[in-house]
Ligand binder design. Sequence first.
Ligand SMILES: NC(=O)c1ccc[n+]([C@@H]2O[C@H](COP(=O)([O-])OP(=O)(O)OC[C@H]3O[C@@H](n4cnc5c(N)ncnc54)[C@H](O)[C@@H]3O)[C@@H](O)[C@H]2O)c1
Length: 387
Amino acid sequence: MKEVRFGIIGVGGMGSAHIGFIKNIPRVKLVALCDLDKVKVDAAAEKNSAKAYYDGVKMLNSGDIDAVLIATPHYDHTTFAVEAFKAGVHVLTEKPVAVHKADAQKMIDAHKKNKKVLFSAMFQQRTLGIYRKLKQLLDAGEFGEVKRVNWIITNWFRTQRYYDSGGWRATWGGEGGGVLLNQCPHNLDLFQWLFGMPTKVRAFCAMGKYHDIEVEDDVTAYCEFRNGATGVFITSTGDAPGTNRLEITCDRGRVIVENGKILFTRTEQSISKYCKNTDKTFEPPQMWNVEIPYHERDSSPAHQKITENFVDAILDGAELLVRGEEGINSVELGNAMLYSSMKDKTVTMPLDAKAYEVLLKGLIKNSKFKKKTVKTTAVDLKDSFGK
Ligand SMILES: NC(=O)c1ccc[n+]([C@@H]2O[C@H](COP(=O)([O-])OP(=O)(O)OC[C@H]3O[C@@H](n4cnc5c(N)ncnc54)[C@H](O)[C@@H]3O)[C@@H](O)[C@H]2O)c1
């Protein structure tokens, strides 16, 4: 194969942005577009000389495409990925890979049955130089053992207008959650990518605290890790100004990732050793401040990098930056936070996928929420991707 024949399912805000990104990638031909909205997909197909489909399953089984990018609302990621694996089509799905853990597991199981095709997910923040550098240094043990992780990630401000802009948004039936399912999958993915999965999760999620929605728009979660480290993860779509501050307390000092900088206050020696052995009473060890430099690989947009890597993996066997299977972790974390909050108890990981699915189905069944939807003009998603 010299060129990947690509199809996109869902040509809404994100799908349309992907059309633009794909055009910049060599060795890709965008041949098919699919959406339930006939007018929208006909116009996009004509503009991009692609074939229009109104049924994703038909597109996947048409023989027209080698790879699909799934950019529909979340519940359908599972449906289309499973169908694509059966049809022998490579899958790049938008985040979150699924709404709940059992659905993510279905995708993994379907992929296991056809390993000839690839499975990747759009966690484009993993391509950012700042997080790549942080991961490299954490993995190398440069900061010593991690003791505490605090991430305040509240710069996901959304207005009521945003929530009213799509019938599927911010409902249990349409989206299966709020900030944890829509905005934070990126941060939850980075959280597990950088620090691993916690062993325990206790969370407090407020439903519709700042918006007229039935799902969570404010979350405070406490986590414990295998080595005894603790973590606090705070997010909201109601704060302005928002904060994005990741503070990591380690045995060799403290790392703060904020405002595009990695600031490391390094201790001259291991704090645990110093604490045990020094004859001083109050004085901490000597410290100095370091701003850790990092660079971006190139100036292409982060989403484009993920798709480009996916194409390189298909054509040249390049290693995937994001293996789709890893997407289950951010889903499980988000689910565990919701489960913990609604059951008012600590969740010992791994989360019981079946129990969560039962809870979610109950929320959908018993929902009395009347969704308001307003017609909006197409939005430019550029400002929504998070920093
Ligand atoms: N990676 C990112 O930075 C990022 C940013 C925004 C959105 N997203 C993800 O992209 C997905 C779509 O979000 P959006 O903001 O583009 O939503 P959107 O509502 O703007 O677009 C969704 C599109 O899918 C179509 N659709 C719905 N069900 C379909 C089906 N069964 N078959 C075919 N088409 C169908 C809708 O008609 C609509 O055009 C979500 O999962 C979201 O989490 C990712």
